[in-house]
Design a protein around this ligand. Structure first.
Ligand SMILES: [Mn+2]
Length: 323
């Protein structure tokens, strides 16, 4: 069994709760490594020292859990209660204070541990900045070396900047995975690109490696749901498992004050919620992450953290509808 660096979550549950769970903080339980197979394992990767610009995204896993108490387990729109879906919280990967590469390696090892120990379980990583995605995908590949992994990326950016120049920073994860032969460029689909936020040489790299770019403008024209279904179908036809990475900077700057890299012209929160409901229903999606949300930049009413929890619950609702 591979080593892992998971520590009990910062947030402590009310395990003495004696009624049927009706709010998210009653429902999620700490991971019991000796027991059953949970439907989903949640784990935090609280690192943002690897961000190109200043970010407090390392604070997100703790704030994410704190916000659970504001959400019921019942989804009114879909008329489903989520409590039948067993979500276990494995806590956060312990980060080294100064050694970024060591911290990244711990994320990789901890992901490998979870994927190996719970092969049937969907994993959900809460970042942290986007550098964490490269670590998680490598961890999955370590366990499933003969499987191909496809990535559906919801992001304003391609994240193919050069690690030789920046180190394994948050602008580089997709390039790390392609250059490291973990994932093929043609097995990456990015939805959410728009406007003026990807320099031309990065687009050239993406084209050269066959990354499929769907701009937000194109996606809206053909319908976001159709676009996502199409992307998942395409990936399903050629890979063994799909990893979905949600960079919260895909959201419009007006609805995501807590995402340092969000931009004008991005997704509305409703668009993101609709997409995640669809993604959750797809059986090939085995892994998901949510990254780059910095609670220290958020509004005083934590609007973006609330949006982040809502987005995650939409994915889970999709999983429940699939079953
Ligand atoms: Mn990104």
């Amino acid at each position: 069994m591979s080593e892992h660096w998971l520590q009990a979550p910062v947030w402590s549950w009310n395990n003495t709760f004696q009624y049927e769970p009706t709010y998210v903080h009653h429902w999620i339980q700490p991971l019991d490594e000796n027991e059953n197979t949970p439907d989903m394992i949640l784990y935090g990767a609280p690192i943002s020292r690897s961000s190109i610009s200043v970010s407090g995204a390392s604070l997100y896993p703790a704030e994410f859990r704190t916000m659970w108490k504001g959400f019921a387990t019942y989804n009114l729109d879909e008329d489903v209660d989520l409590t039948s879906f067993n979500v276990a919280d494995a806590g956060d990967v312990a980060m080294h204070t100064t050694d970024i590469l060591l911290s990244h390696h711990r994320i990789q090892e901890s992901t490998a541990y979870l994927v190996k120990r719970f092969p049937q379980t969907v994993t959900c990583m809460i970042g942290g900045d986007h550098s964490t995605t490269a670590c998680a995908v490598r961890g999955i590949k370590d366990v499933h070396q003969n499987e191909s992994i496809g990535i559906l990326q919801l992001d304003t950016h391609l994240d193919v900047r050069d690690p030789a120049e920046l180190g394994p920073a948050n602008g580089t994860p997709i390039r790390q995975l392609i250059d490291g032969n973990t994932v093929k460029g043609k097995d990456v689909i990015n939805i959410g690109l728009h406007g003026y936020f990807n320099a031309k040489p990065l687009i050239d790299y993406a084209k050269e490696h066959g990354i499929q770019m769907v701009t937000l403008k194109q996606a809206r024209k053909q319908g976001l749901i159709n676009t996502v279904q199409d992307a998942l179908d395409k990936l399903s036809a050629k890979v063994d498992r799909i990893y979905v990475t949600v960079d919260m900077d895909v959201l419009d700057i007006a609805v995501a004050p807590g995402v340092p890299a969000s931009t004008p012209g991005g997704m509305t929160s409703t668009e993101l919620f609709d997409i995640l409901l669809e993604i959750g229903q797809h059986p090939m999606v085995r892994h998901i992450d949510f990254v780059c949300l910095d609670p220290s930049k958020d509004s005083s009413t934590a609007d973006t953290v609330k949006t982040g929890v809502y987005a995650w619950l939409q994915f889970i609702t999709g999983c429940v509808l699939q079953n």
